[in-house]
Design a protein around this ligand. Structure first.
Ligand code: HGY
Ligand code: MN
Ligand code: MN
Length: 413
C-alpha cells in the first residue's frame, strides 16, 4: 500500500551524505574521489560497513561493483536493484551519484525500522568508475556488468601515471570474485541529481527520465617530432600541439553548428614534453559529443572523424584514434517508467518527464534489465563543480518515490 505514512528518515540520510562528504575532500567545498584512489577505497569501506550494520550481505564483482543484498521472502526471484556511484570527478560535488547509493541504503534502513519485508530481494548497488575521470571510458563498472566491456580489457586500462585498473582495484581491496557479465536483476532504479537547472527553476521535486542524450567519446593522439621552437622553419615543423589545437577548435565548431541541442567539447589534453622552447611530439585529446537525437549525434561523430584527419594534415602530424566509446539511452523500461508515474500520482508528488544530458550507469544496466531513473533538483544545475548543492526538503520526495516504486516492483505478483 503506497502511503505518505511510510517515509525515509531524512535526517539520517543527510548524516550519511555528510559523512561521505568528508571522505576525499576537494580543493574547496567538494570532493576529489576518483575511482580506485585511496579515498574511493575508504568510502567503499564505509559504505560496506553501513550495509553490514543494516544486515545486508555484501558481494563484490571482478571490477569492484558492490551489491548489498536484503533478502526477500522468495529469494529465488531476481533482486530489484537500486543505486548509482560513489566515485567523483577530481573537482566534484558531494551528491552526483552518491545520493543514489546512499538513498538506497536509507531505504533499506527505513524498511528495517518498520520491519517491512519484500517478496523479491533488494540489492543496493555501487558501480565502479562511473565518472571516467581517471580511467576512460565512463560508466566502466556498469558496462562490464552488462557485458559491454570485457573484464581483461577493463583491468588493463591505465591512468596518467600508468597505474593499471586491476592493480589499483586490488590495492584498495575490491577485486571481487562475483563473475562478469553480472547476475540477473529483476529491475534497476537509479536516483540521481538532475545536473541541470530545470526542476529547481520550475519548482518540481521529481524528474522521471524517459531517455538519455546519445554520446560519442574518443581519445585521439597526435604524433609529431620534437624540434627547437626557434630555428625550425615553419614548413619543417611537426608540432603535435598544433594538430590537437585544430581538432579542439573543430569539435567546438561542430557543437555550435548543431546548437542549441548539441553538446560538443574537448575537456582534456596531454602533451609531451610540454616545455618551453621545444616542439611537442606527442599530444592526446579527448572528444565528447552528444545530442538528443541518435541520427544527429551520429552525423556529428562523422564530422568529427573528418576533422581529426584534417587536423593531422593542417598540423603536419600523424593522428590516430586510440579509444572510442558511446553511450546513451532510448531503452529505459516503459513498465518501470509507468510504475514511477503511477506511484508519484498515488503519493501526490508532482514530476516532469525529461531526458538526461549526462551519462549514467543506468544506461548500461538498461541493456540487461528493465531500468528507470529518477532525478531530484540541484542548485542552479551546478555539477562537476565543488559548489554542487542539494537541499533535504527538495530531495526527499524523490527518495520516497524511489522507495515506494521499489516496494511495488519487489512485491508484484
Ligand atoms: O559522462 C557523463 O556524462 C558522466 O558524468 N560520466
Ligand atoms: Mn553521476
Ligand atoms: Mn558525474
Amino acid at each position: 500500500m503506497v502511503t505518505n505514512e511510510l517515509v525515509v528518515d531524512g535526517a539520517r540520510l543527510w548524516e550519511t551524505l555528510t559523512r561521505s562528504g568528508e571522505i576525499g575532500p576537494g580543493r574547496t567545498t567538494g570532493l576529489n574521489r576518483p575511482a580506485l584512489c585511496t579515498a574511493d577505497g575508504e568510502m567503499r569501506d564505509q559504505f560496506v560497513e553501513w550495509c553490514r550494520d543494516a544486515g545486508l550481505a555484501v558481494r563484490v564483482d571482478q571490477v569492484g561493483n558492490i551489491f548489498a543484498r536484503r533478502e526477500g521472502t522468495e529469494n529465488t526471484l531476481p533482486p530489484v536493484a537500486l543505486g548509482s556511484h560513489l566515485d567523483t570527478q577530481i573537482a566534484g560535488g558531494k551528491y552526483d551519484g552518491i545520493l543514489g547509493v546512499l538513498a538506497g541504503l536509507e531505504i533499506v534502513r527505513t524498511l528495517n525500522d518498520r520491519s517491512i519485508s519484500t517478496r523479491r530481494p533488494l540489492e543496493v548497488v555501487c558501480w565502479t568508475n562511473e565518472e571516467g575521470a581517471r580511467y576512460q571510458p565512463p560508466m566502466m563498472g556498469a558496462g562490464a556488468f552488462a557485458g559491454i566491456h570485457v573484464l581483461d580489457w577493463v583491468l588493463d586500462q591505465t591512468d596518467d601515471d600508468g597505474k593499471r585498473f586491476g592493480d589499483e582495484l586490488k590495492r584498495i581491496g575490491y577485486a571481487g570474485d562475483a563473475t562478469l557479465p553480472g547476475h540477473d536483476l529483476d529491475s534497476y532504479f537509479e536516483l540521481h541529481i538532475e545536473q541541470g537547472p530545470e526542476l529547481e527553476a520550475e519548482g518540481v521535486p521529481v524528474g522521471i527520465v524517459t531517455g538519455g542524450f546519445i554520446a560519442f567519446g574518443s581519445q585521439v593522439q597526435f604524433h609529431g617530432e620534437t624540434a627547437h621552437s626557434g630555428p625550425t622553419p615553419m614548413d619543417k615543423r611537426r608540432n603535435a600541439l598544433v594538430g590537437a589545437a585544430y581538432l579542439i577548435a573543430a569539435v567546438n565548431d561542430i557543437g555550435w553548428k548543431y546548437h542549441p541541442d548539441a553538446r560538443s567539447t574537448s575537456s582534456r589534453i596531454q602533451l609531451w614534453p610540454n616545455k618551453y622552447g621545444i616542439l611537442p611530439d606527442w599530444a592526446e585529446v579527448t572528444v565528447d559529443i552528444r545530442h538528443p537525437d541518435r541520427e544527429t549525434a551520429r552525423k556529428m561523430a562523422d564530422e568529427v572523424s573528418g576533422a581529426i584527419a584534417e587536423a593531422g594534415r593542417k598540423g603536419n602530424v600523424d593522428v590516430e584514434v586510440v579509444k572510442e566509446w558511446e553511450f546513451g539511452c532510448d531503452d529505459f523500461s516503459t513498465d518501470c517508467i509507468d510504475l514511477l508515474r503511477n506511484t508519484a500520482d498515488e503519493l501526490g508528488i508532482s514530476y516532469k518527464e525529461m531526458l538526461s544530458q549526462a551519462g549514467h550507469d543506468a544506461y548500461h544496466v538498461a541493456a540487461v534489465a528493465p531500468t528507470a531513473m529518477i532525478f531530484s533538483p540541484c542548485r542552479n544545475g551546478i555539477t562537476h563543480n565543488e559548489d554542487e548543492h542539494i537541499e533535504q526538503i527538495d530531495t526527499l520526495p524523490a527518495v520516497n518515490l524511489l522507495m515506494h516504486a521499489v516496494l511495488k516492483r519487489a512485491n508484484r505478483t
